[in-house]
Design a protein around this ligand. Structure first.
Ligand SMILES: [Zn+2]
Length: 227
């Protein structure tokens, strides 16, 4: 907390004068084109590794970057924060891309892959059920990420599984059918500080370097959703 408070003082002195006008404009409204879904882990710093600015991304973060499947007919009080954020974001903001970003050394994926949770944390244990399909894929010998240690492979498989969960949301299905939405699976390797995107044609996560970023950018331009 000391670091945060000193950081605010520092921001007021050094950064605020430069970004004050930007924030004043943002106060009039936000127009992010990306919904970014990531783990709560403190090391998954997208503002650093994707050089993002305020207003660039609408964000959902939770333990393990898990998206509960949309359950048709579920009574309203049982909808969770993730469903609310997906619906609010896609219905109200000009979002054209959704990123699910997993990462290496994930505590949630570690617990899931070991099949045991340390401590008296029933809510965490219950929450991990949304990653059980990912675990089943790992245990059935999935090839993707098989060169990685077990929990990191699970993290990659989990990114792909959560993209499938996203597709159970009616609003996501509608946008995909109308070519107005693209889904991306990312994986952040903490130790190397590399970001990977899942490349369907190669069935692997490929590091986003200048070459691959150029390929991805061409794809984005070519399929830019009609607005
Ligand atoms: Zn994590």
């Amino acid at each position: 907390m000391k670091k945060l408070l000193n950081g605010i003082v520092d921001f007021r002195k050094k950064v605020r004068p430069e970004v004050k006008d930007t924030f004043a404009l943002l106060a009039l409204g936000q127009a992010p084109d990306t919904l970014f879904i990531a783990c709560s882990d403190s090391r998954v710093a997208a503002n650093v590794f994707a050089s993002t600015e305020p207003g660039d991304m609408f964000v959902i973060r939770n333990v393990g970057n898990l998206i509960p499947r949309y359950q048709e007919g579920t009574e309203a009080p049982h909808f969770g924060a993730e469903a609310a954020a997906i619906q609010f974001g896609l219905a109200n903001l000009p979002i054209t891309d959704v990123v699910v970003c997993g990462h290496s050394e994930c505590g949630a994926m570690g617990a899931l892959s070991q099949g045991e949770v340390q401590g008296d944390v029933p809510a965490f244990k219950c929450w991990l059920r949304h990653g059980e399909d990912s675990l089943r894929k790992l245990e059935s010998g999935a090839r993707i990420g098989s060169h990685l240690e077990r929990r990191n492979q699970l993290s990659q498989l989990n990114v792909l599984e959560q993209l499938e969960h996203l597709k159970t949301y009616p609003i996501v299905q509608e946008r995909l059918a109308a070519d107005k939405l693209r889904l991306h699976g990312w994986y952040f390797d903490i130790k190397e500080a590399y970001v990977y995107e899942y490349e369907p044609s190669e069935e692997r996560f490929r590091v986003i370097d200048e070459t691959y970023a150029a390929t991805l950018l061409k794809r984005v331009v070519a399929s830019d959703p009609e607005r």
